[in-house]
Design a protein around this ligand. Structure first.
Ligand SMILES: NC(=O)c1ccc[n+]([C@@H]2O[C@H](COP(=O)([O-])OP(=O)(O)OC[C@H]3O[C@@H](n4cnc5c(N)ncnc54)[C@H](O)[C@@H]3O)[C@@H](O)[C@H]2O)c1
Length: 267
């Protein structure tokens, strides 16, 4: 009997939080997973923790065309049929817009927007397939902040709004080529990123409990992502799936005033 080729998946930002939970879900679903992250130490820990021969790790920077090309080459050398790409790599810097440094602005746009763009541009050609075959699937992590920005998170929200538009255009461009492209937009998720924010200040308040009654765990987001790479979601593309426990469906009171604006007015 002919053995069916193994399905391969790439996860960026795989060493922590949502990315690590997505790696676990994909392994449980039988995929060969290529975990890509800039953090070597955490990637090694992930490899040990998952203990799977179907997990490959690669240290690299999503903003670096050379790193991204290296990942593509590795997949090509393995003659891997790439079915799933999940772009989780992201950073968050907290400051009122008036105090956001050019360096922070550039690094947010570089990792969150350019990083996902470079990854999709390099890897989606490996996902293209003939009509009639199961469709490949790209999922990009945006955020509730793309539609509900908060004081202190203006630059981050702008990156996620930009990413949302990129997802939609790419979905249309790849629709005839057998590749679906969707976004998943969480509210606050209990990960190292959110933990760093709790004490960050800068006028930023965490959303905390969603209407569903608790904060999301990384596995909640991974479970929703698995719905999108399920073959039964073959007609879903260009969608933004809110995975926020009802946060963006609810009324949101105005954010607290930013002290720096008051001091600018006085000076
Ligand atoms: N945690 C939340 O509350 C929340 C809410 C909405 C959206 N998100 C989004 O979900 C995604 C995952 O967030 P998380 O909470 O798991 O964060 P996290 O900080 O736990 O993990 C992010 C991972 O991305 C990696 N990374 C950062 N820069 C990179 C680069 N240049 N190249 C390669 N890897 C890089 C980090 O090393 C880390 O492993 C992000 O895109 C984030 O913006 C998170």
């Amino acid at each position: 009997m002919m053995q069916e080729a193994l399905s391969h998946a790439v996860v960026t930002g795989a060493a922590s939080g949502v990315g690590a939970a997505v790696v676990r879900r994909l392994l449980d679903d039988g995929y060969c997973v290529h975990a890509f992250d800039i953090d070597d130490g955490r990637l090694r820990a992930l490899k040990e923790q998952m203990g799977s021969g179907r997990l490959m790790t690669m240290v690299g920077d999503v903003c670096s065309p050379a790193s991204v090309a290296g990942l593509r080459q590795m997949l090509q050398d393995d003659e891997a049929r790439l079915d799933v790409l999940v772009c989780c790599a992201g950073v968050l810097r907290v400051a009122p817009l008036a105090e956001t440094s050019e360096q922070d602005w550039d690094s947010l746009f570089s990792v969150n927007v350019k990083g996902a763009f470079l990854m999709m541009q390099a890897l989606t050609p490996l996902m293209i397939r003939e009509a009639g075959l199961p469709r490949a699937c790209v999922v990009v992590l945006t955020s509730a902040a793309a539609v509900r920005p908060k004081t202190g998170g203006g630059a981050y929200a702008a990156t996620k709004a930009a990413l949302t538009q990129i997802v939609k255009v790419w979905a249309v461009e790849l629709a005839p080529h057998g590749v679906n492209v969707n976004a998943v937009a969480p509210g606050t998720v209990n990960t190292p990123m959110a933990a760093g924010l709790a004490s960050a200040g800068g006028g930023f308040a965490l959303s905390g409990k969603a209407p569903i009654g608790r904060m999301a765990e990384a596995v909640d987001i991974a479970d929703a992502i698995s719905l999108l790479y399920d073959r039964r979601a073959h007609f879903v593309t260009g969608a933004v799936l809110a995975v926020d426990g009802g946060l963006t469906a609810a009324f949101v009171p105005p954010s607290p005033p930013v002290p720096s604006i008051v001091s600018i007015r006085k000076s």
